[in-house]
Each structure stands twice: as C-alpha cells, then as structure tokens.
Design a binder for this molecule. Structure first.
Ligand SMILES: [Zn+2]
Length: 132
C-alpha cells in the first residue's frame, strides 16, 4: 500500500500543476527512484493507473528513472556503484567507510506537457523537482 499512497501523491502534484495551467495537458510524470527506496515498480505503476482515473491527469503516463546505489568512500574519496547494501566495500582502497551518494531518491523530476486538443505539437516540459 506504500506504492498506492505514493501514486496518490504524484497524481495530486500533477493535478495541482494541471489546474494552474489549464491550456496544457500533462502527458507524463517523470520520477527518479533510488535503489534504496524500496519501491516495487509494478505496484507503483498499477497504483498510478488507479489513482489517475477521473482526474485532470487521467491520460498521463508514469515514467520511472531508476537511480543505482552510488557510494562515496570517505577514505580515498572515490564514488563507486554498489550492487546493494551487502556490497559496501570500496573497490579501490577496500575500505568500509562509505556514505550514500545516490540511491535514496524518490523525486518528482518533471512533467511532460503539451497543449490541449492538439496532438501534433512538440512536447514541452516543466522542471518541478520535489521530494515525494
Ligand atoms: Zn576507497
């Protein structure tokens, strides 16, 4: 049910924009989901499909950008991609002193918009970063 509440929040945010800018239609909601955010993507996508029904953004798609876990080694100051929480050791200096650089994201990055009632106009976007 975690995913459904996130989907409802995303639809709320997108509707907020859609109602403040009624000449544009929201085509897609783009989010970034970090490897540590514990999101089950199929549940989020189906939750979004349910949450958007009957709203101003009933046609909008949810586009998920996956963000891998990237750690920063505090000993040698290198960043490295990790396969998961079991893999925290720096591949360069083999130290265990690391901090999460990326992977906690759960962000609304932007909305893809297009003018209403015109299928052939190129897609614009609005930058609207927000922590969900
Ligand atoms: Zn290191």
């Amino acid at each position: 049910m975690h995913e459904l509440s996130i989907a409802l929040k995303l639809v709320d945010l997108a509707c907020e924009h859609a109602s403040s800018c009624q000449e544009m239609q929201v085509d897609a909601v783009h989010i970034a989901v970090g490897a540590l955010s514990h999101i089950h993507e199929p549940s989020l996508l189906s939750g979004f499909a349910i949450a958007r029904e009957g709203t101003l953004v009933s046609e909008a798609e949810l586009i998920i950008r996956q963000v891998p876990l990237v750690l920063a080694c505090t000993d040698c100051e290198r960043d490295f991609e990790s396969s998961g929480i079991q893999d925290l050791r720096c591949p360069v200096c083999h130290g265990y002193s690391t901090q999460v650089r990326h992977g906690n994201e759960l962000d609304l990055e932007f909305l893809s918009l297009r003018p209403r009632q015109d299928e052939n106009i190129s897609i614009g976007s609005v930058s609207n970063p927000a922590r969900i």
